[in-house]
Design a protein around this ligand. Structure first.
Ligand SMILES: [Zn+2]
Length: 150
């Protein structure tokens, strides 16, 4: 049996909050979601790649849509990490030399960078999200959801 994790992260990869605020969001979520196994959170010193686990398929260029081979994308990630520990996500795509960021590549199944994540393990119903955030929870307006299968 695999688990499904909803990873709620700020849209801005540089954005962070004090722990007490994150805990308040966790409490709001625990009250708002009908049924789940666990709500937890994690904070990182630097922007960190928030992956979608087994949902990952491929990455492509935001300019020409060419698929970026996994090894080359891996090299782009390694270089950015070695240069700045992901504090700068700037990169150039190999296909057409398009200047962009690792965060703005087209991840076929949504992935992103963030400095903290709030994770909902196995919600019993899919979580409804719109431009105002989690339906009924406007505090999460500037957030997005990465759905990971692990
Ligand atoms: Zn390209």
């Amino acid at each position: 049996m695999s688990d499904t994790i909803y990873r709620i992260i700020p849209k801005n990869p540089d954005f962070s909050l004090p722990n007490s605020y994150i805990k308040q969001l966790v409490t709001l979520l625990e009250r708002s979601i009908v049924s789940y196994d666990e709500v937890s959170w994690q904070k990182f010193e630097n922007p960190t790649f928030i992956d979608c686990g087994g949902n990952f398929t491929f990455v492509s260029c935001p300019s020409c849509n060419e698929v970026i081979p996994d090894e080359i994308w891996g090299d782009m990630m390694t270089k950015c990490y070695e240069d700045s520990h992901f504090n700068s996500l700037e990169t150039t795509t190999p296909c057409c030399n398009f200047p962009t960021t690792l965060n703005d590549l087209n991840y076929d199944w949504d992935c992103s960078f963030a400095r903290f994540t709030i994770e909902i393990l196995n919600p019993k119903k899919p979580i409804e999200w719109n431009e105002k955030g989690l339906v009924g929870l406007e505090e999460l307006r500037n957030y997005r959801v990465i759905v990971a299968r692990i």
